[in-house]
Write a protein that binds this ligand. Structure first.
Ligand SMILES: [Zn+2]
Length: 78
């Protein structure tokens, strides 16, 4: 599994978004996805987002689904 070193934008290059303006969904569906045996990635993804493996670029198999309801919004997220 290859991982490339990530770089960051300068702080003033990120958009200015206030926490009050963020709409977290009240409920979200997650899917457990697995990639091929030679890649072996297994991860939890948001249902409806990409099913393409970020490492080998092939479609992952979706195994199980779960639904989560918003419980709390952390105050220290930035
Ligand atoms: Zn893969």
């Amino acid at each position: 599994m290859k991982e490339e070193k990530a770089t960051s934008w300068k702080l003033n290059e990120y958009p200015k978004i206030e926490k009050e303006d963020i709409d977290f969904p009240e409920e979200i569906n997650l899917v457990y996805a697995v990639c091929g045996q030679s890649c072996s990635l297994q991860e939890i993804i948001v249902q409806g987002s990409t099913e393409i493996c970020q490492y080998c670029n092939k479609r992952m198999k979706l195994i199980g689904k779960a639904s989560y309801t918003l419980d709390k919004i952390w105050e220290d997220n930035k």
